[in-house]
Write a protein that binds this ligand. Sequence first.
Ligand code: ATP
Ligand code: MG
Length: 423
Amino acid sequence: MEINAVRGTRDILPDENIKWQYIEHIVRNIFARYGYTEIKTPIFERTELFIRGIGETTDIVEKEMYTFLDRKGRSLTLRPEGTAGAIRAFLEHKMFASSPLTKLFYIGPMFRYERPQAGRYRQHTQIGAEALGSINPFVDAEIITMLINIFEHLGLKNLSVELNTVGCKECRPVYRDKLQEYLAASENELCEDCKNRLTRNPLRILDCKVSSCKEIVKNVPDIADSLCSDCQKHFDSVKKYLDLVEIKYIRNKFLVRGLDYYTKTVFEISYENLGAQNAVAAGGRYDNLIEELGGPSMPGIGFAMGIDRLVIAMDDQKISFPKEEVDVFLAIMGEEVAKYAFNLIHILRKNDIHAEVLYENKSLKNQFSYAGKIGSKFVIIAGENEVLKNIITIKNMETKQQSEVNLEEAIAIIKAQVDRLKV
Ligand code: ATP
Ligand code: MG
C-alpha cells in the first residue's frame, strides 16, 4: 500500500521551495534593517502554555490543537502559533533584563486541526515578529509599516490593511457588557457557536463568518465609542503615524482577531483574490500577555504571516522568482576522461561556479541538448584531445562561440558572465 502525506499536510517540492527561499531571503533582510533578530523555539510545548497564552475560549484552544501525552503522561501540544513560545523563551532567558526593547522574529511550521482547503492546511508555515517592551503607538505603526515594506519588496500589490482597536482591561469590559446586552436581544437567531460566545466571549461574535450572525452584528455599538481616553489616544496616534507615511488602511469595527490576548491595536492584511482564506498577515498588541505568562508587567505587539498563502498570492499576481542559474555544463566524452573530468568540475565548483554534469555516458549531441534544457551559459568539453593537449574547450551557448583556453582563462571567462547574487 502506498503511504501518502497526512491530510492537511503537503510537500513543498523544489520548484515551490525556490519561492519560499526567496521570500525568506527578502524578509530576513528587512527584519535586519528594523533590528529584529531571529529566535527558534521548540515545535512542541507544554499544552498549558497555549491554553494560558492563547485563551481557553479561542477556536485554536477549543478545537484546533494537536495535543498528545508523551511517554511519561505529560500533555504536550504542537505549536499552533508562535507568540506563546517566543514569550516563554523571552521570559525563561530573562531577555527583558538586558534590553528595554526586544525585537524578535521567527520562521517555522504551525499546526492546527482545521478543515483543509485552498490556503488552509493542518501544517502551515508562518513568519512572525514580536516587539516586546514598548507601549508607544510608534511601534504599532512601525510594525504595520514594516509588513507593507515586506510586501512591496516582494512585489505584491492590491493588499488591504484593516485596522481596529479592542480596548484594554479598563474599557473592554464596558464595551463587552454593551455588546452582550445588544446581542442578547437576538440570541435565538445566532449560530450555535455564537450562542456560546454570547456569555463566554461576545466580541468573537463580531467576526463570525455565518451570514445570519453577520446580519445581526451589522449595527452593533462601535467599540470606538467605548474606549477609555488612553486607548482612544493610542488608536488616534497609530492612525496618524500611518497617515504620515501614506499607508492606506480601512477601519473595521468587526475586526477582533481570534486570539484572546490582544489589547488596543489589531490589524489584518488581506488579498481579496485568495477567496475565503484571504488573510496573508495579522497581528496586534498584547499588553497583558507577558504578565499573564508569569513575567513582568510589560507590553508587546506582534504579527504573523502565512508563507503558504503568500506564495499563492504571488503566483496569482504572476510575480517571477529568481532562479539559481547554471554557469557551465561539463560534457564528458568517454570513460577514459572520467578522472580528468571529476577533477575539473571539482575545481570549477571550488571557484564558486555552478557546474552540472550527466554521469551516464551519452553522445555529445545529447549532452549539448541537456545543457540547453537546463539553461547552462557555457559548455566545457572533456574529451581525450583536451586531456592530451591540456586545454579547455569552452563554448558560449548564447553566442555559439567556441574557444580553446587554459584553466585560468576558462574560469575568468565564466566568472565574467556570472551575475548571480553570491551569498
Ligand atoms: P484565518 O482567519 O485565515 O483562520 P487566523 O486568524 O487563524 O487566520 P493567525 O492565527 O493570525 O490566522 O495566523 C497568521 C497568518 O497565518 C494568517 O493570516 C494566515 O496567512 C496564516 N494561516 C493561519 N492559519 C493557516 C492555515 N491553517 N493554513 C495556512 N495558513 C494559515
Ligand atoms: Mg484560523
